[in-house]
Write a protein that binds this ligand. Structure first.
Ligand code: ADP
Length: 341
């Protein structure tokens, strides 16, 4: 029998100043999964995370937590879920005071200093060096890691991360990524991550949720193109990628439809490849190759003007060493293969 989900959202609506910013009829999050949350700025990712953290009350609708109707702000649910905002707030105290604050609130009887050291080590910081520092003696990346350690010390059942690697240095980013995985490894924590770093999300997440204009626009690991789309004088529909290049698409069924292209329908070619199609091709750089264990696929990530795409390597491409990170490639799909959502 499959396990009950940790979250179930029903008919959720949230409004700010009577304008609806989030509207989700039904959404479940299975226990112990790592789920990525993607979508353009303003699509409602932070709002959704705040609802799931029970720190903001939805205008309408229900959130079930562990099969119980959860009341926003109730300590029963709040103590099981922890949320790391994009710009975390540190109290004007020492690192250890910040990190152990949640333990004090929960009247945790353990050795707080030792627990603080363990939490710091999860984010790659030494307790000896950092525990007694003041809040202003930290770089931006270190402050973000301290804020994450303050969540990890609680061994949360759910960890909600809002753009945790935006605006931090590369080393901090690596440590934050590692700690997000460790939480599930150590405590079976369910982790939800809102990020623009699709490459990271695709790598570590079991599942992806896409939001667009406050609505769910897809679920799963695939390429998704959001509007605006435009039609040229000949009536052909296009999506502009970044500043110059564009993909031809089929006609969007609705104004706010999103175009889904499976990684198996996205194809890459090297520039010297004689088989590459003349039409609907953009240039990009292969940035990553990963193996999808369950399906023995090799999936390439391609960066095109700041947009990331994923494409399966063909059997032939898997055999030769022509595709490697840093290589310039051409990317193409057949517009008839778009699945509109
Ligand atoms: P995202 O995290 O995807 O960038 P947000 O959830 O932050 O999106 O925002 C969704 C929408 O809600 C945006 O249009 C934003 O301007 C609006 N919004 C967010 N917070 C507030 C607020 N406190 N008051 C009014 N509008 C808000």
């Amino acid at each position: 029998m499959s396990q009950a989900p940790i979250y179930r959202i029903q008919n959720l609506v949230h409004q700010y100043h009577s304008s609806t910013v989030l509207e989700i009829d039904e959404l479940t999050i299975p226990k112990h999964t790592i789920v990525g949350l993607a979508g353009p700025n303003g699509s409602g990712k932070t709002t959704l995370l705040k609802m799931l953290a029970f720190i903001e009350k939805p205008s309408k609708g229900l959130i079930w937590f562990d099969e119980n109707k959860a009341e926003p702000f109730s300590s029963k649910v709040r103590f099981q879920v922890t949320y790391l905002p994009q710009v975390p707030y540190l109290m004007k105290r020492t690192v250890i005071d910040n990190i152990t604050y949640g333990l004090k609130i929960r009247k945790d009887p353990g050795d707080h200093r030792q627990k603080c050291f363990e939490a710091l080590s999860m984010v790659g910081l030494s307790g000896e060096e950092f525990a007694d520092r003041k809040w202003f003696e930290l770089s931006g990346g270190e402050a973000q890691r301290v804020a994450l350690a303050a969540r990890l010390i609680l061994k949360p059942r759910v960890l909600l991360l809002d753009e945790p690697t935006a605006n931090v240095d590369e080393n901090s980013s690596r440590m934050i990524r590692r700690a997000s995985l460790l939480a599930r490894e150590k405590w079976n924590t369910t982790v939800l991550i809102a990020s623009h770093d699709l490459d990271w999300l695709m790598n570590i997440c079991d599942d992806m949720i896409y939001l667009f204009q406050g609505q769910l626009s897809g679920r799963g690991k695939y390429n998704i193109l959001f509007g605006p789309f435009y039609q040229d004088a000949e009536g052909v529909w296009w999506k502009q990628i970044g500043t110059g290049q564009r993909f031809m698409i089929s006609r969007p069924p609705l104004k706010n439809s999103a175009a889904v292209i499976l990684s198996s329908d996205m194809h890459i070619f090297s520039q010297t490849d004689s088989t590459f199609p003349e039409s609907n091709t953009v240039r990009g750089m292969l940035t990553n190759l990963r193996i999808e264990k369950s399906r023995s696929k090799v999936i390439a990530t391609i960066l095109v003007d700041g947009f990331q795409f994923i494409a399966d390597l063909s059997e032939e491409q898997k055999q030769n060493s022509n595709f490697y990170p840093g290589k310039e490639v051409l990317l193409s799909f057949n517009p008839n293969n778009i699945k509109w959502q």
